[in-house]
Design a protein. Structure first.
Length: 462
């Protein structure tokens, strides 16, 4: 076995004209993350000796989007083809000449490391290894040309292919591996003698064949994991195919999914047993659910942890929140980062909770804002209660003890502290701390006048 190490080049210089976008193609997201980030994650998991990304169109934008210390960025001033792009990067590689170079594309969003490992294995003792796949509709892709002995001898681009060649369904994914040594001899010999007048990387296959070099191919079993994106329709279809697979995986692990076509997972979701996800639910970031969690229709959940038996009612928006066992929220609830709801607490409709802890069994059922608050257990916060946490410059804390009852439409002006078993009369504006067990009423007294004459409407003539 040799001690050769692996260098990876990711091609991402093209504008992606067919995307019809000012944004570089590789920055368009699939399932919540840009295509390039996805490819770089897989590339990094191969633990390469060096990782080079060839950029051109929108180079600065791409660098800012992917701040990765291990990536060396290579600028390809003019996009003269995939062969030229690889040549730009190869001059950058400081290495032993028998090291191997793996070429990837930044526009293959569902690339997985397993298929790359298989390619590397298949090509372990070959001079060149090419990753292919089979497509029912191969149009637009380079076709794999083989001789009578089924040895690969060339890749023909669609535009340069004959009618017979166009019938070939085995296509070039674009990804290949070769020794650095061999690349350094082949790349300078590329000629732009083709329909696009570009330096095609794919032409090295014919060179290798003519030199009698060994060429290995690995046929990727799952075309979705190696497919490139050229336009937004392809991206949309790939998104749907991927979402369907994620829904299937969740269902197979014991989650009821009401409609697999109406769930979107843009991150990672882990469900316990017997969870149920209704239609139009979007998951982002890291979502963890215990057992028997129910998510009603039209909810967005980003980076949340839900305990056993949680129910999220329809049209709720949860971000950065932690919900204990048996908690209920919504419909129309908004939980913002730092919302911590202890077991069996309840957040009702049109209630916003931010950076606050709601104690066990406490209820905030209607039309309230609770921010920067620590609330004890078994409180009842009346409709329309607002913690006034912001004085225009700084945020202040509200502390509420256990078994506190706050009457409707009250304002708690922070910083303020309500002790245990405090009662606040409806419509109060509380600006001072209230000791435990006290009633606080802070509103103007009711005035009544007998014999009150209602104003009467003037007649037109008057
Ligand atoms: C390429 C392959 C084709 C393969 C297909 C798979 C060639 C000549 N053809 O065609 O055989 O079936 O991919 O998707 O290689 N890029 C640069 N600099 C350049 C040109 C391209 O960095 O000068 C990058 C692009 O940003 C893209 C990748 O290389 O990430 C592929 O380029 P693209 O123009 O999409 O090639 P295809 O025509 O799709
Ligand atoms: Mg392409």
């Amino acid at each position: 076995m040799s001690t050769q190490s692996l260098h990876i080049i990711v091609l991402a210089a093209g504008k992606g004209t067919r995307m019809r976008s000012t944004k570089p193609k590789v920055l368009h997201p699939l399932a919540g993350r840009s295509m390039l980030e996805r490819v770089l994650d897989e590339a990094e998991s191969l633990d390469p000796a060096s990782l080079h990304v060839v950029i051109g169109y929108g180079a600065e934008h791409i660098r800012q989007h992917c701040p990765r210390p291990d990536v060396s960025w290579v600028e390809q001033g003019e996009q003269r083809g995939t062969g030229h792009a690889v040549a730009c990067a190869v001059t950058n590689i400081q290495a032993q000449t028998d090291d191997r170079v793996l070429v990837l594309y930044g526009d293959v969003p569902l690339l997985d490391v397993d298929v790359l490992s298989s390619l590397l294995d298949s090509a372990r003792s070959a001079d060149l290894g090419v990753l292919t796949t089979r497509l029912d509709d191969p149009s637009g892709y380079g076709r794999i040309i083989r001789d009578r002995e089924q040895r690969m001898i060339a890749i023909r681009e669609e535009r340069d292919a004959s009618a017979d060649e166009k019938n070939i369904t085995e296509i070039n994914t674009g990804m290949l591996v070769a020794s650095l040594d061999a690349l350094r001899t082949w790349l300078p010999k590329l000629q732009p003698h083709n329909a696009q007048g570009e330096l095609y990387l794919t032409d090295i296959v014919q060179m290798a064949a003519e030199e009698g070099k060994s060429i290995a191919t690995h046929l990727a079993p799952d075309p979705l994991r190696v497919a490139g994106v050229n336009d937004r329709w392809a991206l949309a279809q790939m998104e749907r195919a991927w979402q369907l697979r994620q829904a299937q995986a969740l269902a197979m692990s014991g989650t009821t999914i009401v409609d697999p076509a109406r769930i979107d997972i843009r991150g990672d979701v882990i469900c316990g047993m017997d969870c149920q996800i209704d239609i139009n639910v979007v998951f982002e970031g890291q979502v963890r659910m215990g057992d028997n969690v129910v998510i009603e229709p039209n909810c967005i959940l980003r980076d949340v942890t839900l305990g056993n038996g949680v129910r999220v009612r329809a049209f709720s928006h949860l971000e950065g929140a932690t919900l204990g066992e048996g908690v209920e929220v919504g419909p129309y609830a908004r939980l913002r980062p730092g919302a911590e709801l202890a077991e069996h607490s309840k957040i009702g409709n049109f209630v916003e909770v931010k950076a606050s802890r709601i104690g066990a069994g406490s209820k905030v059922n209607h039309l309230s804002y609770i921010g920067d608050t620590v609330m004890g257990a078994d409180c009842n916060i009346g409709a329309g209660t607002i913690t006034c946490n912001y004085d225009g410059t700084n945020k202040h804390q509200t502390v509420i003890g256990n078994q506190v009852f706050v009457g409707s439409s009250s304002q708690l002006v922070a910083p303020v502290h309500l002790g245990d078993e405090v009662t606040v009369g409806a419509g109060s504006t509380i600006t001072q701390d209230v000791p435990s067990g006290h009633l606080a009423v802070a509103r103007s007294r009711q005035v009544m006048k007998s014999g009150w004459q209602r104003p009467r409407k003037k007649s037109k003539a008057e």
